[in-house]
Design a binder for this molecule. Sequence first.
Ligand code: ADP
Ligand code: ZN
Ligand code: ZN
Length: 757
Amino acid sequence: AKPVHKVLDEKPIANEFQLKHWKWIADYYMCSVGEVFRSAVPGAFLLESETLVLRNGEADIDESDLEDDEFLVFEALQHQSSLKVQEVGAIVDRKNVLPILDRLLQKKVILLKEEIYEQYKPKLVKFVKLGGEYQAEEKLEALLKTLTRAPKQSQVVLSLFQLQAVNKKPIKVSELEEASGASKAVIKSLVEKGILEEYFIRTDRVNYEGDGENSDLKRLNEYQEKALADIRNNFKENRAVLLHGVTSSGKTEVYVKLIDECIQSGRQALYLLPEIALTTQLISRLQEYFGDKVSVYHSKYNVQERVEVWNNVLAQKTKAQIIIGARSALFLPFSDLGLVIVDEEHESSFKQFDPAPRYHARDAAIVLGNLHNSHILLGSATPSIESYFNAKTGKYGYAEITRRYGNVLMPEIELVDLKEEARKKRMKGHFSERLFLEIEAALKEGEQVILFQNRRGYAPIVECTTCGHSPQCPNCDVSLTFHQYKKQLRCHYCGYHMALPESCQACGSPTLDTKGFGTEQVEKELETLFPDAKTWRMDLDTTRGKHGFEKIITAFEQHDIDILVGTQMLTKGLDFRNVGLVGIMNADSLLNFPDYRAHERCFQLLTQVAGRAGRTQKRGRVIIQSYNPYHQILKQVSTNDYLEMFKEQLYEREQFKYPPKNRIIRITFKHKEFNRLNEAAEWFAKALRNSSGASVLGPEYPPVARIRNQYLKNLLVKIPSGKSVGGVKTGIKRIERSFNAVAQFRSVRVIYNVDHI
Ligand code: ADP
Ligand code: ZN
Ligand code: ZN
């Protein structure tokens, strides 16, 4: 114990609920409470430096125009999401890092935290109304008489009167200008005379320009009502509920009803989303209903703002009664949480991989909700196998909406056999004849088209057609990726790059060819196939700028874009009206991941992308191109058969002892010396096999067994149902302590991932 040097806070900044929750996270995910604290509490409380840098966008990297030192920083941010400037120095091993950061800033690869926050920060908007005494009609008439010789001014007054009568909401100066055709100067002179009054309202930047008054909640249709009733019944019995509603079934409106009830009763509500940056549409929808009771919380905010939200929640201010946030919002100091919603609960981005705590936000949210005795709702059109299993076995309640809102039909899905198409020589580039004709027809009808390809860039791999060799990274065990723009081969893990060689390094033949294709190539082909269509690409490369994502969304909504080509960004809850056709360029790449969840994910991703089609009366069409169109998963997607997918996946997982019936923990060892790593992993595995009743697989190398010259090896622990998971974890921790006592193992890193690997 040491003497107290200084008391930083008059009152505690965290409460008992949080301490219990954080303790649970540390135990369950096998890390220290300190690591949870560091993740949970905004930096300012920890007296860290304020200068923070941040990368923008989603998790996959593009490094085609990054120098090596730039890439190092970018790569570090992949795993940390934010860094202080002085930390960057250590990573790139250089004192003066400002020039690097400068270049990265200019390339918009990283942003200062403050800058990102600009998008969301409240701003003041100027409104205008009739001066107090002119609100009465007779006064207004008298006024108009006095203005007969100033037609412009009287037109302004009349327009404002009409706008107010029709809109019943604050009128912006710009709206008045437009309605009256008068200039700012005319309006200004009226303000000076006191005939008009200007006033300001603080609004959020996320398109929210309301007056803080709620617009009326929508009336639910019978299916939504039924789901709501089922949800409420389960809530009465204190059960978390899974809401399984097909895409565009109106789940959000059901959430809104529950949030409304929750805040009416004076309690706090938490609405968790996988990726805040991609959900401005949703945020503004909620703000329309709940005005300034909604606060957004996000790890990408600057420290001051996060502290502000934190304090508002701590003080139970109505301003922060509804929190929308990504996973870090779980850590706020709620004292009376009445409702927890986890939207798109199946999304893998709820899981934090680095740094510790390596927790899953959906699961941690359920624990949090239970601590507060609050209602808990998970929502998805494609629930995770775990949640659906829990609902089927009665651990969760279950509610469903099987129809889209407004009698809109589910899209019609067609599978196209690429092998067959190629054999019949019907391919135009990467487009089958079917897809080509459908695009042509859609464009003719004035419909918009979305094309999905899961890879960015031009082509992922270069291969020699003579000997099959593809160039490898010297630092990592992966093939290098081809970047058309610089005619370079690059490593996506460490940033190594080289010019594209003229001939094969293995056999010397000049027969290097690209294999596979990315969004860039699709876009190029469209230019030749549909030269008149307005085509745009939505992936990390095109959405880097501050408002990159929003700009594309708006342009698409306004039909300034006919064909949108994109990566999985396209799936994130976008609600477009006019999409007649969705094309999946190649479904195979999704099926061939070495991961026990690959098939589940493929089903979810394709169903979600398909769900963007036909949200109005005309039935939407979806075309899925594949070399393997008879694959079970694709069939299940095309018949929208979630249940069949679930049964099959559950069966497979049971066979191989994976969750949900079994539990798993992955232990990763990491070291730069190959032999030491192997010894360490073997030592650990042996100790574990001797002590625990769980089955231990490995140690094995992961698919990429060396990254940045660090070797990796995994142990997989499978715990059958009925066995105490807690007991196994305690055993593992005990072994880790003895492990660390062995001198030569001390430098080997041990990393745990629980449940989600
Ligand atoms: P989901 O979240 O299930 O994909 P949404 O909540 O986005 O579906 O609803 C799809 C569309 O239907 C939205 O444009 C929404 O405004 C509309 N909608 C849903 N429910 C209602 C309702 N009860 N009244 C009017 N419009 C609704
Ligand atoms: Zn070769
Ligand atoms: Zn590499």
